[in-house]
Write a protein that binds this ligand. Structure first.
Ligand code: NI
Length: 191
């Protein structure tokens, strides 16, 4: 299956509230091809996750996969997981400020406060219901991807616009300090 074009900031599809997937259509070859495209596009772009609106489909479908990601080397690995019609529950009020980026917001990173433990209830690509908990940076990734299904981008949640930085300036001025913070978060919360 081909990787699709990534939709970028300013494309209205990123701002729509995505429609629920009809579960009786999950087994169709059309929907399965969409799931394959989402995964292939995420892998090609080296994203930690991707939501269907980012490939132009306004449906409640997202994927997360972290495997030694070069964009985010401090992120704990997380197996490939596909979420259909996910519902997010916060399991703690504790938050941390983490630098986020997004494949739909080229060359920009900024600090966002995210809850540090969440549960997601969803259906998998076979239409089976499942539940998964995540903590720390992975919990932040889940919140970021599910935000896309509500038309929300990380730039909407940036705690202070003065934390916005290009990737090269992140590497130059902010990466070293953030890796120390991220390592402490991983030690405290795990993945
Ligand atoms: Ni994103």
């Amino acid at each position: 299956m081909p990787a699709r074009d990534l939709r970028k900031l300013g494309d209205p599809v990123l701002r729509r509230v995505a429609k629920p997937v009809e579960l009786n259509l999950v087994g169709s070859s059309e929907f399965q091809a969409l799931v394959d495209d989402l995964i292939d596009t995420m892998h090609t772009a080296k994203g930690a996750g991707l939501a269907a609106p980012q490939i132009g489909e306004s449906v409640r479908l997202a994927a997360v996969h972290v495997h030694d990601n070069p964009r985010y080397p401090y992120k704990p690995n997380f197996p490939l997981t596909v979420f259909i019609n996910p519902r997010l529950t916060f399991l703690t009020d504790e938050e941390a400020s983490v630098f986020e980026g997004c494949l739909s917001v080229p060359d920009l990173r900024g600090r966002v406060r995210r809850k540090m433990r969440v549960r997601v209830d969803a259906w998998d690509r076979l239409g089976q219901p499942f539940s998964v908990e995540a903590a720390g940076l992975t919990a932040g990734t889940f919140q970021h991807e599910l935000d896309h299904l509500d038309g929300v981008l990380f730039v909407d949640r940036v705690e202070d616009p003065r934390t916005l930085t290009t990737w090269s300036n992140f590497d130059r001025f902010h990466r070293e300090a953030f890796v120390v913070e991220a390592t402490a978060l991983v030690a405290r919360w795990g993945g």
